[in-house]
Design a binder for this molecule. Structure first.
Ligand SMILES: *[C@@H]1O[C@H](CO)[C@@H](O)[C@H](O)[C@H]1NC(C)=O
Ligand SMILES: *[C@@H]1O[C@H](CO)[C@@H](O)[C@H](O)[C@H]1NC(C)=O
Ligand SMILES: *[C@@H]1O[C@H](CO)[C@@H](O)[C@H](O)[C@H]1NC(C)=O
Ligand SMILES: *[C@@H]1O[C@H](CO)[C@@H](O)[C@H](O)[C@H]1NC(C)=O
Ligand SMILES: CC(=O)N[C@H]1CO[C@H](CO)[C@@H](O)[C@@H]1O
Length: 381
């Protein structure tokens, strides 16, 4: 989800959207400018409509699909949006988290801000995996207030406890809530569903790298028995049958395996206005190593422990999926392309049932859409 930086940055750099009118003479050109803008808009809408009939991945791998994906994502993260620029310093400081003496973590370990040793669980399900013995664990990072998204998942793919005879477990990870009342509600929800994990970092868009590393820590320490895990965002559709078929295939490695939507040769965004801006102090190289788009990536469950360990050597930055990519590079593990890359789709375009029957995962627009599509896909044909 942090990936469309390229396109967006370019668009902003060239003042394509924002200051078109301002750049072009402050004269009588208003009408002309307006007309030009309108034309651009009409063209874009037409292009989007046209392309959405096809596979976005195939037609516009790096430009328009990314922009659209971006827009879908923006709805979700808008409320959590924080000025990345002003908050880069958080990730620069090592040991920026004040340790309380009552904390269970090892106080002598002072890693960078994203290392999970800095945090502890407030809500935990430490026995869930020994009780459930899952083959696959779906780990969903979500903001505390996104109850609707959690409930949509609970009534769809999160409610599939067994797929092709293999146990599947879905858990949500949140950070700190804003206040006591929200915390109380969350604890109630936890008692009711027993599927919430909460860690004591500030829950924000900027802090998604911390969230991901805490997910890896939970898998490594509370669920080593699982064979595979998936980090999957709360606005995703998952076809568990297809995912299970991939995981049970004799060609799928049981170790050092990670797959999803591959991001190759991606530039780091240095435009300070971008949401995906990363300072050179945090990440000096101009390109990210190959990584998997954060919307949903699947991995053999030996990796979480290795990633947490490697992350001690990899300075934190705020692009969670690229950060995991940097840890994989440190480990010398190369992300795998899925047997059918079109099964990990950023954007599906216009709803077609047969596409959702074929795919493994794709981004949706709303929790309601997940419920609607789920119902439609599950109905006997
Ligand atoms: C805490 O971490 C230090 C340094 O990594 C290690 O030497 C020590 O054994 C750890 N203590 C505990 C209780 O885990
Ligand atoms: C989950 O599925 C079971 C049937 O398998 C159903 O009884 C239950 O209501 C479902 N839970 C939700 C939250 O939809
Ligand atoms: C990220 O989390 C850390 C640890 O809770 C916190 O100190 C920091 O303020 C957070 N940053 C943002 C931007 O939320
Ligand atoms: C990587 O991207 C750069 C432009 O940013 C391009 O010049 C180069 O050819 C690309 N390399 C590969 C292997 O695609
Ligand atoms: C501009 C901005 O959003 N700054 C945020 C940086 O992070 C702190 C928490 O560490 C927030 O309180 C600020 O609002």
């Amino acid at each position: 989800m942090h990936t469309d930086h390229n396109t967006e940055a370019k668009l902003f750099n060239r003042n394509g959207w924002k200051s078109l009118g301002a750049d072009r003479a402050p004269c009588r050109c208003h009408i002309k400018t307006g007309f030009f803008l309108l034309l651009t808009l009409v063209f874009l809408v037409t292009a989007i409509t046209y392309v959405s009939e096809f596979s976005f991945n195939a037609v516009f791998p790096d430009t328009l699909s990314k922009k659209v994906l971006n827009q879908i994502r923006s709805y979700y993260v808008a409320t959590e949006y924080l000025s990345a620029r002003e908050n880069q310093t958080t990730f620069l400081a090592t040991n920026s988290v004040k340790q309380s003496p009552t904390q269970t973590t090892n106080l002598s370990v002072n890693h960078h801000v994203a290392h999970p040793s800095n945090y502890h669980f407030i809500l935990d399900e430490p026995d869930k995996c020994s009780q459930w013995d899952p083959f696959l664990v779906l780990m969903v990072p979500v903001a505390p207030h996104q109850l609707e998204a959690r409930n949509a998942i609970r009534s769809t793919w999160g409610n599939e406890s067994s797929v092709q005879g293999k146990a599947v477990l879905t858990l949500f990870l949140v950070g700190l809530t804003g206040g006591a009342e929200a915390q109380q509600k969350l604890e109630e929800e936890s008692r009711q569903h027993r599927d919430l994990l909460q860690s004591n970092f500030v829950d924000s868009y900027f802090n998604l790298t911390i969230k991901t590393m805490v997910i890896m820590d939970w898998l490594a320490t509370r669920c080593p028995q699982a064979a595979y895990a998936m980090k999957v965002d709360s606005d995703m559709y998952i076809n568990l049958e297809n995912l299970m078929t991939l995981l049970l295939s004799p060609n799928t490695p049981r170790q050092n395996y990670i797959t999803g939507y591959l991001m190759r040769n991606r530039s780091v965004i240095r435009n300070k206005k971008s949401k995906w801006y990363v300072a050179e102090e945090l990440y000096p190289e101009p390109k990210y190593p190959t990584y998997l788009l954060g919307m949903g990536y699947v991995f053999s469950n030996d990796l979480p422990e290795k990633i947490v360990e490697a992350s001690k050597e990899v300075k934190a930055f705020n692009i969670e999926d690229a950060y995991v990519g940097a840890c994989l590079k440190q480990l010398g593990i190369v992300p795998s392309s899925p047997p059918d890359p079109s099964q990990f789709k950023a954007y599906m375009g216009k709803y077609k049932r047969e596409n959702f029957i074929r795919v493994i995962t794709t981004i949706l627009g709303s929790p309601q859409q997940l419920k609607d599509i789920w119902k439609d896909v599950k109905k006997p044909s």
